[in-house]
Design a protein around this ligand. Structure first.
Ligand SMILES: *Cc1c(COP(=O)(O)O)cnc(C)c1O
Ligand SMILES: [Zn+2]
Length: 391
């Protein structure tokens, strides 16, 4: 609403916000949206939020769409932050919480990014959208494009969970399955988009999916009465959610909403799969960018992202927050699913279960203390991954 301009995340150069853009023309890196936060803060206050709709569009002033009529919504966001007392007690944690993103439209948090990206596409008058996806982004694009009356062209690895392929087809998307990984799907989109007249909505290769995902950060703060948690465990693929939350913390600080300790931010931990851990390796090696993880392999399809364009933004956030990066095996994820589900009544995606597996490891290593407030992200429903459980 109060969007003013974009900047290149690598060099800071200013770019126009009123035309469709992908990566920055200067560096080929992600673009970040900027707002007139002083103006936003005049109408969006902690008090005014209390009576707003339980949707991520409650943070309207810091979301990019100009006119409400362009908003494409299916009721996404403001998902519950569920206490997990049994799992917490099992590990001596006083305050363990699950942010249950399975309760979004299409069953995953990819809905957050697609509501903003597709709304902006509508604002710009774009008609045909394309995306490479490990699965859930595809389902979300199919849904929001259908909702907006736009075409969706989707490229997924052939071994993507069946649920993702079926949901895209049933929502009228054009689906192409590729023998390869999400990076190969991305290359295919890049090759065909000009001829097809498609706009590429790859994560962080267009500026607005991250704007929808940043609402995770606003919600955590609001749901914890404007105190941020001590630790966040986030299953990381492209990193949009992690980067979005970090951006939200900075915006909230500028809005004057996080007064207590200016330096205090949650420690962010990236959780990846042992078979695909580019960010974990780069973090451990002290690198600024992450090398591609060759022969990437994991059943947690959302984590099967061997190379991420936002790698340096993630690595900066992990380091600045005092958090870290950790990889868990598929066996640990699958075993943790049952423990998590049986204890708390939430059937998590393997990616969500990975956070729980990682938490156990961090506790054992003394990197999380008993008195801390810890948030696990369940980014999707286990129902989309029946293959992982013998289904
Ligand atoms: C996409 C996805 C992730 C990774 O999210 P990023 O924000 O791209 O890092 C994690 N879990 C699930 C279920 C996903 O679909
Ligand atoms: Zn630049």
């Amino acid at each position: 609403m109060h969007l003013t301009h974009l900047t290149c995340t690598l060099c800071g150069t200013r770019h126009e916000a009123n035309v469709p853009q992908n990566v920055s023309a200067c560096c080929g890196k992600p673009l970040f949206a900027h707002y007139d936060l002083a103006a936003a803060g005049r109408t969006m206050t902690k008090e005014s939020l209390r009576t707003r709709a339980k949707s991520l569009w409650r943070y309207r002033e810091v979301l990019p769409v100009r006119d409400d009529t362009d908003i494409v919504t299916l009721g996404e966001g403001f998902t519950p932050l569920l206490p997990a007392p049994r799992l917490g007690a099992r590990h001596g944690l006083r305050s363990l919480l699950i942010k249950d993103e399975a309760q979004n439209p299409t069953g995953s948090f990819k809905a957050r990014g697609m509501t903003t990206a597709v709304s902006m596409a509508r604002q710009f008058g774009l008609r045909k959208l394309a995306v490479p996806s490990a699965g859930n982004a595809a389902g979300a694009l199919a849904a929001y494009a259908a909702r907006a009356g736009l075409e969706a062209h989707i490229f997924m690895p052939r071994d993507t969970p069946r649920a993702n392929v079926i949901e895209c087809e049933q929502m009228g998307a054009h689906v192409t399955l590729i023998d390869g990984l999400i990076t190969d799907c991305g290359a295919e989109v890049a090759r065909r988009k000009t001829a097809g007249g498609w706009f590429d909505v790859s994560t962080l290769k267009e500026p607005y999916r991250v704007e929808g995902k940043k609402t995770l950060g606003y919600e955590l703060a609001e749901q914890l009465d404007w105190k941020l948690p001590d630790v966040i465990l986030y299953p990381t693929g492209g990193g949009t959610g992690l980067i979005g939350m970090w951006k939200a913390f900075q915006e909230m600080a500028q809005l004057g909403w996080l007064d207590a300790h200016p330096g205090h931010r949650p420690r962010l931990f990236t959780v990846q799969a042992a078979g695909c851990q580019p960010i974990v390796r780069a973090y451990q090696q002290g690198d600024k960018f992450a090398a591609e993880h060759l022969q990437a392999q994991t059943k947690a399809s959302g984590l099967r992202v061997p190379k991420a364009i936002g790698d340096f933004i993630m690595l900066d956030a992990l380091r600045a927050s005092g958090g870290g990066a950790i990889a868990v095996t598929d066996e640990e994820m699958i075993a943790s699913t049952r423990e998590f589900g049986a204890a708390e009544g939430v059937f998590p995606a393997p990616e969500g279960a990975a956070c729980y597996a990682a938490m156990k490891r961090l506790l054992a290593e003394g990197k999380i203390a008993a008195h801390e407030t810890v948030v696990l992200f369940n980014t999707s429903t286990g129902l989309k991954y029946l293959e992982c459980y013998g289904g």
